[in-house]
Design a protein around this ligand. Structure first.
Ligand code: ZN
Length: 418
């Protein structure tokens, strides 16, 4: 007699992936929230947010005998210079630091009466004489070792002054030492953008705080589908890879693209699958410029035009023929907000890690270099991930990528990872 064995594939939730069912995703979120570094999409530079400790460390590094802790008043850009002076005077501040050193508030007010202002001005919060250091221990100028109390008092005073400078300077502090001027900011800003401090929600596509706003965290939308528009990716543009640009009327768009291709660096004889992502982005998202007949018409722009004409039957037909479930164009299927992908660990975004298979991710973690501090706050999470990855490898599924949707797994695969 035949024996029927039932295999259960019981995944209805489209949000479920290999990473989420194995909880690897939860641990990745913890790691990215705690030690992720944010990089500006404009300049690619790391966005840094200074703490009181960063300023303390510089002041006590032993390379200066005096330190001026100043609050950045954004003086040059202010319209309300007189009001600001009056307010600061009321709050008890009396000294500033200008181009020629310390300047008193009375002198600035006298200048202001004549309609003149210093070019540059920071508010002096504190001026300190610093100890000399021998073997990391503080000594006075005369060579006397500092008492424990003196040393603790200095640190308390520094903390309080730095805190005040950040507050009055709305996050911007200037530190003047004997031979250097350093700027600090505790705002999370760069290139004119204020960034979000990473937290666990930022990396969750099941949370509105982390999910891509276009696809709602599904990674797929109903729209113009790349697979339908370019059904045969081994074809070149010249050979008609773009299926919607065929025939008597629509062929014009193919011919136009070929005509303007060299201007945009598009190799028209190259199979579509060999084109770089940058070139594909131009073909899809390129936009015509009014009055410039030799500007590109991108595929998405073309379909916007089709959409606008959908009351005509042939355009309506065209839209439905090339529309389907397709990768979200905003998050490229990563399901996450763009901000989440500004954050990297070991030079990789969370989406890049999730696109790796189990073997590659194990390699990533075994070669990940962390500072002692970073290690102390994420060690447990890393261990949890590695032990789960090893388990998946042991049951023979090391080829799976972590972002693989569970509803696309075979019954056997599904049972083994659960
Ligand atoms: Zn999306």
């Amino acid at each position: 007699p035949a024996i029927a064995i039932e295999q259960k594939v019981n995944v209805k939730n489209p949000r479920s992936t290999v990473a989420t069912t194995t909880e690897i995703y939860d641990y990745l979120r913890i790691i990215f929230a705690r030690i992720g570094r944010t990089y500006s999409p404009v300049s690619g530079r790391e966005v840094k947010c200074h703490s009181i400790n960063d300023v303390m460390a510089s002041i006590l590094s032993g390379d200066s005998k005096t330190a001026y802790i100043l609050a950045d008043l954004n003086w040059a850009g202010r319209e309300d210079k007189v009001e600001l002076m009056l307010r600061l005077k009321e709050e008890g501040y009396s000294r500033f630091f200008g181009d020629e050193g310390i300047i008193r508030i009375e002198d600035i007010m006298k200048m202001a009466d004549k309609g003149e202002y210093p070019n540059h001005l920071d508010l002096l919060i504190d001026r300190l004489k610093l100890p000399e250091f021998k073997d990391c221990l503080p000594y006075s100028e005369t060579g006397e070792p500092w008492s424990q109390n003196e040393w603790e008092d200095l640190q308390t005073r520094l903390r309080s002054s730095i805190d005040t400078a950040f507050r009055v300077g709305e996050g911007k502090l200037i530190l003047r030492k004997d031979n250097s001027v350093e700027e600090y900011s505790n705002r999370f800003e760069l290139d004119g953008i204020t960034f979000r401090q990473p937290d666990e929600y930022l990396f969750s596509f099941n949370s509105p705080l982390g999910a891509c706003p276009v696809c709602g965290g599904l990674g797929k939308i109903i729209g113009v589908s790349e697979d339908l528009v370019i059904p045969d990716k081994t074809k070149s543009i010249y050979d008609g890879a773009i299926a919607c640009w065929k025939g008597e009327s629509m062929g014009w768009f193919r011919d136009h693209l070929i005509k303007v291709a060299s201007r945009y660096g598009i190799p028209v004889f190259e199979p579509y699958c060999n084109l770089s992502q940058k070139v594909k982005d131009i073909i899809w998202d390129g936009h015509s410029v009014e009055g410039d007949d030799n500007s590109i018409v991108g595929i998405n722009e073309f379909f916007k035009w089709v959409e606008a004409n959908r009351y005509k039957i042939q355009y309506k037909y065209m839209l439905s023929r090339f529309s389907g479930r397709t990768t979200c164009h905003a998050c490229h299927g990563t399901r996450l907000r763009p901000e989440a992908l500004y954050v990297k660990v070991g030079g990789r975004t969370i989406a890049e890690l999730l696109d790796m298979n189990v073997d590659a991710l194990l390699d990533f973690f075994s070669s990940l270099k962390l500072t002692e501090y970073e290690n102390s706050i994420v060690r447990k999470a890393v261990e949890e991930i590695v032990s789960r990855l090893k388990y998946i490898k042991d049951v023979g599924l090391s080829y799976l990528t972590l972002s693989r949707a569970c509803n696309t797994l075979s019954g056997g695969e599904s049972q083994r990872i659960n």
